[in-house]
Design a protein around this ligand. Structure first.
Ligand code: KG4
Ligand code: ZN
Length: 352
């Protein structure tokens, strides 16, 4: 089986190709940073147009990388939500058009499910596992029981972890996207210098909150000692450590909750852009290894941030279970992972 996956739900245009031997045959990603930079955030209309301009070329380049033709594909997968609807429609329509012309099965992929399943492409991970999904738009703890079978354990009540990195970077004047910039600055800083709050820490349950952190960071930044060269890196290090503390505390609660219910998981898996953060990876490895004797698994950084390979892989996992979708399947701005009724899985067996 060889699958092409298309990703257009935010500001990355991507096309990836994988096969059922878990080989990545192509991984083409272009970012739209330059287009959105003047506006300080992603502008949906600009994103949709940029996806439209680039996607055809990216698909051609991905096929060249993989040294295959469209005729060699077993199926086409495209992100059909959740995300910025204009962009999602560009990827979905392109995928459906290729599927229709080549008479190939089409798989409507939930972007969050693609993040959730990536670790099964890069590592030997079997179900069930605990997933910490931390990206720019999402911050969730999920029990992954199988393809299309998820239980939401906790989510954010305000911002996502990536959003907190991005907004924090803006306050610190470090640019966009904030996560990598904060991580770089933090490497030079001392996390003990500034005392930032850790909302929800020590509370029951697995929900997250980050909005108080951004406000506190702004106050510390405005009141900072401008004479010190290290202040920005110290603030970045303090922010990164506060976010890591929150993620570790909430994940620990989820691990305890599953143990209380006698649910035996195989691993803690991290996914989404924030899972690319080295400090957070070290903290989660320590938590699972030392306290629970469980492996911590995270895909390599370039497969944590948005890419087409993860969409192709999710498509492959679905296709081998016979879960395909009709060409009338909708593009969705919102699409919860544990909402069975919202999963096109219930269109199982209906092939394009
Ligand atoms: O998964 P992703 O590429 O897109 C979404 O679906 O949101 O995640 C992007 C988010 C951004 O907020 C970005 O700042 C964050 O992931 N991110 C990081 C790092 N690399 C990306 N956050 C912390 N440390 C990083 N190294
Ligand atoms: Zn994502």
């Amino acid at each position: 089986m060889i699958l092409l996956g298309l990703e257009t739900s935010c500001d990355e245009t991507a096309a990836g190709i994988v096969d059922d031997s878990r080989r990545i045959l192509a991984n083409r990603v272009t970012s739209q940073l330059a287009e959105h930079k003047p506006y300080g955030g992603v502008v949906p209309e600009i994103a949709a147009r940029a996806h439209l301009d680039r996607l055809d070329d990216l698909i051609r380049l991905a096929l060249e990388d993989a040294k295959i033709a469209l005729a060699d594909l077993t199926g086409i997968a495209a992100t059909c939500g959740p995300g910025l609807i204009g962009g999602v429609m560009v990827g979905a329509m392109t995928g459906k058009a290729i599927a229709a012309v080549r008479k190939l099965p089409f798989i409507a992929v939930n972007h969050l499910e693609a993040h959730a399943l990536t670790a099964r492409l890069t590592h030997d991970v079997s179900f069930p596992y605990l997933l910490l999904l931390v990206s720019g738009g999402h911050c969730q703890l999920l029990l992954v029981k199988g393809v299309g079978d998820y239980r939401l354990l906790g989510t954010t009540i305000d911002d996502a972890a990536g959003e907190c990195f991005d907004k924090g970077a803006k306050v610190l004047g470090l640019g966009y996207p904030g996560g990598p910039a904060v991580e770089r600055a933090a490497a030079e800083g001392d996390p003990q210098v500034f005392d930032l709050p850790r909302p929800m820490l020590g509370r029951k349950g697995c929900d997250f909150s980050f909005s108080g952190l951004k406000t506190a960071l702004r106050q510390k930044t405005e009141g900072r000692d401008r004479g010190s060269e290290n202040t920005i890196s110290d603030l970045a290090a303090s922010l990164q450590t506060a976010i890591a503390d929150i993620l570790v505390d909430r994940t620990k609660n989820a691990l305890d909750m599953l143990a209380d219910e006698n649910i035996k998981i195989t691993a803690l898996v991290a996914a989404g852009g924030v899972a690319a953060n080295g400090v957070i990876r070290v903290r989660l490895t320590k938590l699972t290894g030392e306290d629970y004797g469980l492996p911590f698994v995270a895909p390599p950084a370039d497969l944590c941030t948005d890419n087409g390979v993860m969409i192709a892989w999710a498509g492959l996992e679905r296709l081998r279970l016979g879960l395909t979708n009709g060409l009338d399947s909708a593009a969705r701005p919102r699409w919860a992972l544990d909402d069975r009724k919202a999963m096109p899985a219930d269109e199982a067996g209906r092939s394009a």
